[in-house]
Write a protein that binds this ligand. Structure first.
Ligand code: NAD
Length: 431
């Protein structure tokens, strides 16, 4: 079932903001209006609690020193320590980090884990750095944001172009500087298993997306088996959900990454494609598939379209051409408000980012619990718990969507924001 977006959303469409932070603020306003939140409460939970900009000087292998700029934003900690990934990307900006931190606040509340929202980033291109330069960058950035970090304060995780190795360096730097070298594994999640990581964390975001898609398919009576899937962004989140859909007999007909895309109408061989990407660094050139440009790929007829790269993939410009039943936002902020309106008008069922990709933070929470308890779970326990959290959260959002006749995005924001407002009110954090 699809409902038209609220009047407030539709008024956005004339001058749709593309800046992620404006989008986050606008979507907050719409949900706050719908919840009838007081102006005091709105201003209390809308803005970030702490914003830190750090200078990150790094000695390059050449001997030259290059200055990078990094950020860590704690949006809200009323329900628990700030939680959110670290992005290393040339397009990182403070506004992007503020938006991503805000979305983390609603996301942790939607899946009801006892965390707040945070995010970090460094403006850099890791593809142009050697491993030793990357390590120095990660360690210096960690030293810069050290005053904010801690297992009970702020817990980073991987995001775009950061990985478990970078988390291990961050954990080591924190442990050396704050705990006399004794390991503090709970200060970051998404670590390698050898430093207290959790089984199942690496796959958790994609697996959570998959559970949301399964629930959406059940709701819409679209069988997963035999469905057609398109994935934009074949990284951690995108490749895992592609592989799970493939193993449930959905035909993954096209995928792409930052270098280009591949298309095969009868379905790509996903395990082989993953090996090809591992070997060559890209999906481009995969034998037996045709090259495909992004705009053409997003317009392919399919049942499930998964934007799993960056913000603003589906906009007012290209949303008219999207021909799918379901859009599953594995990425954060891939659909602009203008595109939201167009997709809804065309009967597309959208699973919003704050719900769809929350499997990552859910297993990050499991990892943190295991670190704090010094007791580790097996893969079945992690996967079963994740499935239950995702199914429950999807059902709660769907319930609001159908009861209040609002879009899935607004329903998810209503759930997340109301939980944050409730904890803020009971703690008495505002007059
Ligand atoms: P990643 O670095 O593993 O993968 C990103 C992929 O996107 C890469 O394959 C890259 O080549 C591709 N890409 C970059 N620009 C592109 C473009 N313009 N067109 C097509 N492909 C492009 O990152 P990830 O961790 O998979 O994150 C992807 C998205 O999922 C981000 O929005 C991130 O915030 C979100 N997310 C990730 C996690 C997590 O646990 N990793 C959790 C929640 C949300």
């Amino acid at each position: 079932m699809n409902y038209p977006l609220s009047a407030e959303t539709l008024t956005l469409t004339a001058h749709a903001p593309q800046d992620a932070y404006s989008v986050a603020l606008k979507n907050f306003d719409i949900a706050a209006e719908s919840l009838n939140l007081s102006p005091d409460m709105r201003s209390q939970i809308m803005y970030p609690e702490r914003v830190l900009t750090v200078n990150v000087p790094v000695r390059m292998d050449s001997g030259k020193i290059v200055r990078f700029e990094g950020y860590r934003v704690q949006h809200n900690t009323s329900r628990g320590p700030a939680k959110g990934g670290i992005r290393f990307h040339p397009d990182v900006s403070l506004n992007e980090v503020k938006a991503l931190a805000m979305w983390m606040t609603w996301k942790t509340a939607i899946v009801n884990v006892p965390f707040g929202g945070g995010k970090g980033g460094v403006i850099c291109n890791p593809k142009e750095l050697s491993q030793t330069e990357l390590e120095r960058l990660a360690r210096r950035y960690t030293a810069g944001i050290l005053p904010l970090l801690g297992p009970a304060r702020d817990i980073p995780a991987p995001d775009v172009y950061t990985n478990p190795q970078i988390m291990a360096w961050m954990m080591d730097t924190y442990s050396m500087m704050k705990a006399d070298g004794y390991p503090v594994p709970g200060v970051v999640t998404g670590k390698p298993l050898a430093t207290g990581g959790s089984v199942g964390r690496n796959e958790a975001t994609g697996r959570g997306v998959f559970h949301c898609i399964e629930s959406a398919c059940e709701h819409l009576h679209v069988p997963v088996k035999g469905s057609k899937t398109v994935v934009q962004g074949f990284g951690n989140a995108g490749s895992v959900v592609a592989s799970l859909l493939d193993s449930h007999q959905s035909l993954v007909i096209a995928v792409n990454d930052s270098r280009g895309g591949v298309y095969r109408p009868d379905g790509l061989d996903i395990p082989k494609l993953m090996m090809h990407k591992e070997r060559t660094g890209s999906v481009v050139g995969f034998p037996g598939a045709d090259p495909i440009a992004q705009e053409e790929m997003l317009a392919l007829e399919c049942d499930i379209l998964i934007p799993a790269a960056l913000e603003n993939a589906i906009t007012g410009e290209n949303a008219h051409r999207v021909r799918t039943r379901i859009v599953a936002e594995a990425a954060n902020g891939p659909v602009t408000p203008e595109a939201d309106g167009i997709l809804a008008a065309n009967g597309v069922f959208l699973i919003p980012d704050v719900l769809c990709n929350a499997g990552g933070v859910t297993v990050s929470y499991f990892e943190w619990c295991q670190n704090e308890q010094h007791f580790y779970w097996d893969i079945h326990e992690v996967e079963n718990r994740l499935e239950r959290v995702m199914q429950r959260s999807f059902a709660e959002v769907l319930g609001i969507h159908t009861d209040r006749k609002v879009s899935m995005r607004l329903a998810a924001n209503i759930l997340g924001i109301s939980r944050v407002a409730e904890s803020t009110a009971v703690r008495g954090l505002f007059p």
